[in-house]
Design a protein around this ligand. Structure first.
Ligand code: ZN
Ligand code: ZN
Length: 390
């Protein structure tokens, strides 16, 4: 029986073999075995991770997701026999991090039954993100994601869980772009913390069998060193040049004073785009169109001047795929297209399940008729890194 979706595929591997097991699975691939009453062949960890993934993808509140991720982490280090023994003895919930409902998921998976909770979440959130396959052709050409957050800033999961999920989604690379110091609400990283994070990124790559420097194995996944750096009021970037120089990819975004006068905001954004370290202009208008944080209008700036600077400097205009952002708006997307900009289609994921969002950006890029060659994350890692070098 085929594995039940990509999380299961990973959960059945030992951590050391995960990079060999990665596969591309379209987000709308029907997942057999996810209905109650059917046989379940995945591991309990895979079931818990799949539930968490789908809840995050469906934008569930993070407290609803945490229980599943905690329970997966709790049983991961235990042997299969120990989990089976505890399931039989009814003592799973005695483990720290495992509660009554997660214990039930584990016990059902151990018995080879599709966990009821998994079936329910699969039915509610497991469907395709777009109608009629929109965006899937372009999505199949994406090789990576240039914008993601871990629990080092305001993301909800550890770096390695983000990397693991990116592998399961078929990415060749994921750029970890936690926030910069000025964004205190998001626990932006100081230069010292960022330096420590780079050591962790190196360790994750080593563990996954990737190569941080030098010549990558063509088939290997790579977690790339990045930042989502705040564009300060004067257009400078909120991190030291020394640290920016140590990174592979830098996304520059406006997070403060979005309501600034248009002329001043234009100068600020153009200055950031002209900065040799800037590779991607993140969610350029800052608008919020829906969601728990409410809505926010587009910031006002001379989009033609900003996009012309992007085209001149080879800076990619981000198509931010988050459902509440959909940034840039369509008329600006088309303007950037006509000016000849490069693009990157990013998830801006703050949780592993949100790494599935780029399909939404692909749907918009396809609708705007943007050539895949102009989308930098359709490029192989080597070409991307060459482009991103200041
Ligand atoms: Zn941002
Ligand atoms: Zn972000």
């Amino acid at each position: 029986m085929p594995p039940t979706g990509f999380s299961t595929a990973c959960g059945e591997q030992s951590p050391g073999t995960v990079s060999e097991s990665r596969r591309r699975v379209a987000p709308d691939t029907p997942r057999e075995g996810a209905r109650v009453g059917q046989q379940y062949t995945g591991t309990p960890v895979a079931a818990l991770r799949r539930i968490a993934f789908l809840l995050e993808r469906g934008r569930a509140d993070s407290y609803k997701v945490k229980a599943y991720r905690k329970a997966a982490a709790a049983i991961l280090p235990l042997g299969e026999d120990e989990v089976r023994r505890r399931a039989g003895a009814g003592t799973l919930a005695e483990l720290p991090g495992v509660g009554a409902s997660t214990a039930q998921v584990i016990a059902q998976a151990v018995r080879g039954e599709v966990p009821e909770r998994l079936a329910a979440v699969e039915a509610e959130h497991g469907g395709p993100l777009t109608a009629d396959g929109a965006g899937t052709a372009l999505r199949a050409r994406l090789r990576g994601d240039l914008h993601s957050h871990s629990d080092w800033s305001d993301g909800g999961s550890p770096i390695e869980e983000m990397a693991m999920t990116a592998i399961e989604l078929g990415h060749d690379y994921l750029v970890l772009t936690d926030h910069s110091p000025r964004l205190k609400v998001a626990r932006g990283l100081s230069a010292e913390r960022l330096a420590r994070q780079l050591d962790v990124v190196a360790a994750v790559n080593e563990h996954l069998g990737g190569h941080l420097d030098g010549h990558p194995d063509e088939t290997g996944f790579r977690l790339l060193r990045g930042i989502e750096v705040d564009i300060l009021d004067d257009g400078s970037l909120d991190q030291s040049e020394e640290m920016l120089a140590r990174l592979d990819v830098r996304v520059a975004s406006v997070h403060s004073k979005l309501a600034m006068e248009p002329e001043a905001l234009t100068r600020r954004m153009v200055a950031a785009v002209r900065n040799p370290f800037t590779n991607v202009l993140g969610h350029c208008t800052g608008r919020l169109v829906t969601g728990a944080r409410g809505t926010r209008p587009e910031s006002r700036f001379d989009a033609r001047a900003v996009f012309e600077a992007c085209a001149e400097e080879g800076v990619a205009v981000e198509i931010n795929s988050r459902p509440e952002r959909r940034d840039p708006p369509t008329r600006l997307l088309e303007l950037a297209r006509d000016i000849g900009c490069l693009f990157s289609i990013d998830s801006d994921a703050h949780a592993p399940g949100q790494l599935d969002y780029p399909l939404l950006g692909c749907e918009r890029a396809e609708a705007a008729g943007i050539d895949a060659e102009r989308i930098v994350n359709t490029w192989p890692a080597e070409r991307l890194l060459e482009w991103a070098t200041p």
